[in-house]
Design a binder for this molecule. Structure first.
Ligand code: DAH
Length: 386
């Protein structure tokens, strides 16, 4: 069935045409179904191979044996055959894309550079290249866990800008200009703001509390919101400090909100976050935007509140049995004064607020002793959270 180059006795144009037609028809037939690289090579060897390819045979059997007066005719035809063979082989070369037909399925696959073993076709029996899907960053994960706890209590999420005005970051939170309480938040200011009025000058927000004001400017009471976000302070980086870190802020405003609501809400949230065994403790503190203010501690969930791990002193709670988690308090009436026109009359509404550092909570949760690990982008660290 497979084509062989016949020896010619008759070199008349008609006989030559017939031989040429047979050759070309075999060329077409055999080229159908040549798909993969090994088949293409075999096809090329059969038709173009120098030693015993069919074109070489045509040369030997037709051209060399042709009588002198037929040589010209035969030569022309052989040239046609040569270029037809070359064209056919060229068409079989996989270009930018190739179609692989396997078990009746037609798969279009990209074919780029030849592979390492010099074969540019695709072996679709090989497993594909999987793109690793990233892992949720441990800080984002911790934020989401905190948010989930408060979502169940009916809180929604609000966000605000990282570049903030002096008014929102300080003034409206009852830090008057030049008040010493500002010094507790070592602020990074944007350059070239001097020409603006003080309250419009821009800075990197030092806490998420300005979003309390921004939300109350937009939404009327009652309100229950949670505010996750990035904040900045001028702290040089070390194992427990970073100029950029994360907070989650909370704010609840309604009529008749009391300190009891604050304690009940936060105690529930801490049990949901750290385990039902933890206790909470509220100690008096000061923040300009809350009155009264408190710092809230949870009993150490590492040592169970004993201050000891087996025989070693417990490091996370510094042997005190308590870990400071957040600042909180009842919203200062002076803060409501700034949004009074939007329904926050301090005579009518009351509220509580709290703010916690996410990075430290994540460090405690995952037992890390170096805050910088979160921000170095080392995949070997991050992929452990996948
Ligand atoms: N914004 C404070 C800080 O960054 C934390 C804080 C304290 C937030 C008390 C509050 C709060 O909402 O009521 O130090």
């Amino acid at each position: 069935m497979s084509y062989t180059v016949p020896k010619l006795k008759d070199f008349s144009p008609a006989a030559l045409d017939k031989a040429v037609a047979e050759f070309l028809s075999a060329l077409d037939t055999e080229s159908v179904g040549v798909q993969i690289e090994t088949e293409r090579k075999a096809f090329r060897d059969r038709w173009q191979g120098r030693k015993n390819g069919l074109l070489t045979q045509v040369n030997d059997r037709w051209l060399k044996t042709a009588p002198t007066d037929a040589k010209r005719d035969v030569g022309q035809r052989v040239n046609v055959l040569k270029s037809r063979v070359a064209e056919t082989i060229e068409k079989l070369r996989p270009s930018v894309s190739a179609t692989a037909v396997v078990k009746g399925l037609s798969l279009r696959a990209e074919v780029g550079q030849p592979t390492a073993y010099g074969d540019s076709s695709i072996d679709i029996s090989l497993p594909g290249i999987r793109r690793p899907i990233g892992a949720e960053h441990p800080i984002i994960r911790t934020m989401n866990e905190i948010i989930a706890v408060f979502r169940n209590l009916g809180y929604s999420v609000a966000e605000g800008p990282v570049i903030e005005t002096d008014y929102h970051n300080f003034e409206s939170l009852n830090f008057p200009p030049n008040h010493p309480a500002r010094d507790t938040q070592d602020t990074l200011f944007l350059a070239n703001q001097e020409s603006k009025p003080a309250r419009e000058r821009l800075l990197l927000r030092t806490h998420t509390s300005p979003v309390q004001i921004r939300t109350m400017e937009k939404l009327k009471p009652p309100l229950r919101i949670l505010i996750p976000g990035k904040v900045h302070r001028n702290d040089p980086p070390d194992a427990s400090h970073s100029p950029m870190f994360h907070q989650v802020e909370g704010l609840a405003v309604d009529t008749n909100i009391t300190f009891g609501d604050l304690k009940g809400t936060l105690d529930h949230a801490m049990k949901a976050l750290f385990g039902s065994d933890v206790k909470t403790s509220f100690r008096p503190s000061f923040f300009p935007f809350t009155e009264p203010s408190a710092e809230m501690f949870v009993s150490c969930f590492i040592c169970g509140g004993s201050g000891k791990r087996r025989t070693d002193p417990c490091r996370p709670c510094k042997q005190t049995g308590w870990i400071e988690i957040l600042g909180c308090g009842m919203v200062d009436p002076n803060v409501f004064e700034f949004v009074k026109r939007n329904g926050y009359d301090p005579e009518k509404v009351s509220g509580f607020a709290f703010g916690m550092g996410v990075d430290r909570i994540a460090m405690l949760k995952y037992g890390l002793d170096d805050l910088q690990l979160f921000f170095q982008g080392d995949v070997r660290f991050l992929e452990q959270f996948g």
